[in-house]
Design a protein around this ligand. Structure first.
Ligand SMILES: C[S@@+](CC[C@H](N)C(=O)[O-])C[C@H]1O[C@@H](n2cnc3c(N)ncnc32)[C@H](O)[C@@H]1O
Length: 211
């Protein structure tokens, strides 16, 4: 299902800030190496994340699902010099593509990538975060939401991508759509948060922990 009319999607994207040069290089490197790059969050979700980091004064970010580094770099761009972003990825091929980009200044100083299964990594992380971006492993979205709530600061933001799963959440006709729908219900029924679900690309929910 098309979430947003294609012409409107193209129009809104063309009126959104352009990505920095490094992101254009990263998209090209990803495209040259991989058959599909549709996992990239893209200009509008990337810009939404960057703006959220900047207007919330976020200093510590946790990302679940680096892929080739698009959203990590967009968010790190808005972090202050002392800011930190931890990003989890389990696929070695994607890590090799992101490596030269994450190694550049100032990203090298701000971004730490941890390889492995995020479900095992997150409980072992020290400290808490101002913003957590969930963008991996859709069948486990309910588990990630629970884990994120244990690691988020009061007033912090949990941002979740692909909350509409191409419209499949309406019928929940596959495991991923069923899990995403279950997490959407958990967020809706959670008294500790305020949230906004946006029909942006494949659906993005912004959750704010009450203070
Ligand atoms: C949608 S992509 C992330 C896109 C990225 N945030 C961006 O904007 O370019 C999801 C990524 O999560 C990774 N992934 C899937 N399951 C995972 C898990 N259990 N732990 C860590 N990473 C996982 C996949 O290998 C994939 O690279």
């Amino acid at each position: 299902m098309e979430i947003t009319n294609k012409q409107i999607a193209d129009y809104t994207e063309s009126f959104t800030s352009e990505e920095p040069e490094i992101i254009k290089e990263l998209v090209k490197a990803s495209d040259d190496d991989l058959e599909f790059i549709d996992m990239l969050s893209g200009r509008q979700t990337g810009m939404l994340l960057k703006l959220l980091v900047s207007i919330s004064g976020t200093k510590r970010i946790l990302e679940v699902g680096t892929f080739t580094g698009y959203s990590a770099i967009m968010m790190a761009d808005a972090l202050p010099d002392e800011g930190k972003l931890i990003t989890c990825e389990m696929n070695e091929r994607y890590r090799r593509i992101s490596e030269p980009f994450l190694a550049r200044d100032p990203y090298r100083l701000k971004i730490k990538q941890i390889m492995g299964n995020a479900l095992e990594i997150i409980p072992k992380l020290e400290g808490t975060f101002d913003l957590i971006f969930l963008d991996a492993d859709k069948v486990n979205y309910p588990k990630y939401y629970r884990l994120a709530k244990e690691k988020i600061n009061p007033g912090g933001l949990i941002v979740v991508d692909n909350v509409l799963w191409g419209g499949d959440v309406l019928s929940q006709k596959n495991r991923k759509a069923e899990a995403i729908h279950r997490m959407n219900e958990m967020i809706r029924d959670d008294d500790e948060v305020e949230q906004l679900m946006l029909p942006l690309r494949d659906g993005v929910t912004i959750v704010k922990m009450k203070e």
